[in-house]
Design a protein around this ligand. Sequence first.
Ligand code: ADP
Ligand code: ASP
Ligand code: MG
Length: 724
Amino acid sequence: MKVLKFGGTSVADADQIRKVKDIIAAASGERIFVVVSALGGVTDLLIHAAELASARDESYVDQAREIEKRHLSTIKALLPITAQSGILSKVKTELNTLDTLLEGAYLIGETTPRLLDRIVSYGELLSSYIISEYLISEGLDARLKDGRELIITDENYGKANVNHAISEKMCRTYFSNSTEQITLIPGFVASSENGNSTTLGRGGSDFSAALIAGALKADSLEIWTDVSGMYTANPKLVKQAKAITHISYEEAMELSHFGAKVLYPPTIQPVLSKDIPIVIKNTFQPQDPGTTIERNKSENEKSVRGISHVPNICLLTLEGPGMIGIPGTSKRFFEVLSQAQISVVLITQASSEHSICIGVDEADAPQAEKLVNEAFAYEIEASRLKPVISEGDLAIIALVGDQMKSHQGLSGKMFSTLGKNNVNIRAIAQGASERNISAVIQRADVKKALNSLHETFFEENIKQLNLFVMGVGNVGSKLLRQIEKQHTYLRKNHRLNIRVIGISNSRKMLFDEEGIPLREWEERLSKGAKADSKLFFEQLKDLNYRNSIFVDNTASEQVAGTYENYLRNSIAVVTCNKIACSSELEQYSLLKDISRAYNTPFLYETNVGAGLPIIDTLKHLIASGDKVHKIQAVLSGSLNFVFNNFNENTTFAEVVKRAQEEGYTEPDPKIDLSGIDVMRKILILARESGYLLNIADISNNSFLPEESLAADTNEAFYLSLEKH
Ligand code: ADP
Ligand code: ASP
Ligand code: MG
């Protein structure tokens, strides 16, 4: 005997319900209990309707119509016409009662928790009725049983506590007194001993199914949902996440407690004590193996099994000298919270006993803050404690794994990964079981943190680099071509996956969060938004990708002036533009200092010698204690070209023009011909060699006539070359 549970997306509409029927039909060789959720999204609609009604907002009626439409259209699409009328009229009667309840809330301007539970129970009551009628019409031996007659709770509406002894008895009695092959049960709903409808908390259908499986000692509990199991991280946020094939109860519990919504946390407890395996399967890809949750069955010896997060966290800190050495402060602190049924998600206390810091759901934070301030009013008044400090917009991110305790250095790896990606950590907790290491971070950093940690712990060390390329002229367009050509090689041999997320030239800019297909960048860029280097930076920062690199392929002074912003946000800068490195010594030193302080690369190898490894070589020489006495070099590719090709058959101006056409010169050829470019290179080489010079320390015997040097456009420049 087994129990199958189908979630909201699995029963969202007629097409999905047909797939569900196939799965049920295939499983019903033995007796099965099938628990269903409300049609996807209906619980939210019901809650929203109740909220509007109690706020005396008439548009609750629109929500009610939407709910009606969802159910009636499903019946019409699913059931044979001959069977429809009876079912439609029964559902309409139920919907009328729902309307009356909502109208009551509207008239009084209030929804009590008891009324709200009554209202939301309609989601599961209707879906289970419709699905049971459909199964019967398909010739299956199915029967509907109201979950409220099987699961008995207290009257803690919204998230009622189950009376396990009575509920087990009810389930067993029903089981032995019934004979149908398929018993269909609405999940999520229960009732109190007084017969009032209650619910088990959002996502609670999983729990209903587990309670029934536990009571009937089922062989297995199958949770059918819209993903192929429990993943190494939420697959909606981490593209590279993979389904875990085997996982222990404890690990699954830890992951679900810390946000892996695929399993409602209380689900494990009723089946764990009876050793009933839970199998999570995908309704839309039933052939996928899914995840099996069993006792101590961890696949291989992987230390970290999964990464999860809780999005809406607020940190509350109570601190002050009045806490030191005085027993009972923590007790009072936690007592007030527990009396108000506020659950504490995370606790940290520094060993000095100077402060206690807890993480609570953001929705509970204002009340928690008020209660704690009241409870410690005397101490706060006497300045022995400070009023509670509350910080919102936070999230918890947690690494989970049974084997973590036997591996050293995991937290080091976790925190250095987060640090490298500029994710600030507000608080840390490690459970005594060492099955979980959690950190509190800014909510805006969750996606980046999840992806970085996933890369560190699961992705065979393939590092993803996210490039933002500014300037796609001569150098930039070749760089893009090179990246495209070397992509497979770099992935295979250097374990680097390079994606170009943003491109800009002086006219247009383009972003694609999935990576710009490099074969079509020109076409895509031509349709991009208007270029704006400030917006480019803002967008890059907002995307908040890990391993972000800003690549400057321009020769622009204005772009060089933006590096500081990038580096300060832990975004690496790679540039062939010489302006920053040959700017005033102060500015150059500042960039180097920021790069060191933020541990963020600032690289400019191509500033001198194009593709030759000159700067890197110098750095190594200096690092190993060498002193550079002298450098002899011909540093200008453009001057080289000009002098090699200047002969009696050409004019000087013609040769320079050719050099420019063939890509040897800077966009402004005067920068090369005047010697300025060479000065910059000398300055950069000197600085890399440890000589902290300024451009004024370099003398330049330029061969250009004054008039050419003064030319302010390329045209004027060429005219003056011809003239002289
Ligand atoms: P159902 O309606 O079937 O109960 P839920 O929406 O409650 O489905 O749970 C499934 C969702 O859980 C997935 O679509 C996914 O977005 C989310 N989820 C979060 N973390 C994980 C994880 N680690 N593995 C799988 N799914 C996850
Ligand atoms: N329908 C309920 C909810 O949306 C219960 C569930 O789907 O598990 O929370
Ligand atoms: Mg769910």
